[in-house]
Design a protein around this ligand. Structure first.
Ligand code: ATP
Length: 134
């Protein structure tokens, strides 16, 4: 089976670097499925779950809090604001962040507050989804 390289980096660290079979990501324009030898592409990512098919039996779920995805020369490069593998996720921290964001959404009086709370909620939900707690 052919493969494509997936590199995920954040300003803080290199999160992932591996040959994979397929990546499914949430772009602003909708869901993207990327297979080996995909045409060149640049996409803006929404906070959400990235699903990575490594081989016939293994799949990885990675929480991404927004960023960019580029495909070129059979390499997918994700420049993410933050990204975590399930084992790196602190579930109670994400649950607290979700509660806080939900409270702020209820209370928010202006658009900026609302947008910030919604973005925080999306990040928390992506983390909880990655660990199967949503
Ligand atoms: P919080 O309000 O809990 O800080 P946040 O969504 O505001 O959450 P970010 O600004 O997205 O946090 O991330 C800051 C740093 O903390 C990043 O390095 C990110 O990977 C890490 N991080 C955030 N939440 C978690 C979590 N639940 N488990 C593990 N790492 C996390």
């Amino acid at each position: 089976m052919s493969s494509i390289k997936l590199d995920i980096v954040t300003p803080e660290r290199k999160v992932y670097s591996q040959e994979v079979q397929m990546v499914i990501a949430r772009a602003v324009t909708g869901q993207l499925g990327i297979l080996p030898n995909h045409a060149p592409l640049l996409a803006n990512l929404e906070p959400g779950l990235m699903r990575v098919k490594i081989n016939e039996s293994d799949e990885e779920q990675i929480a991404i809090s927004g960023g960019f995805l580029e495909v070129a020369d059979n390499i997918i490069t994700v420049l993410a604001r933050t990204a975590e593998l399930p084992a790196e996720i602190d579930v109670s921290r994400a649950q607290s962040a979700r509660r806080r964001a939900e409270e702020r959404l209820q209370e928010s009086q202006d658009k900026v507050d609302y947008a910030r709370a919604k973005a925080a909620l999306d990040r928390a939900m992506a983390r909880l989804q990655a660990v199967g707690r949503k």
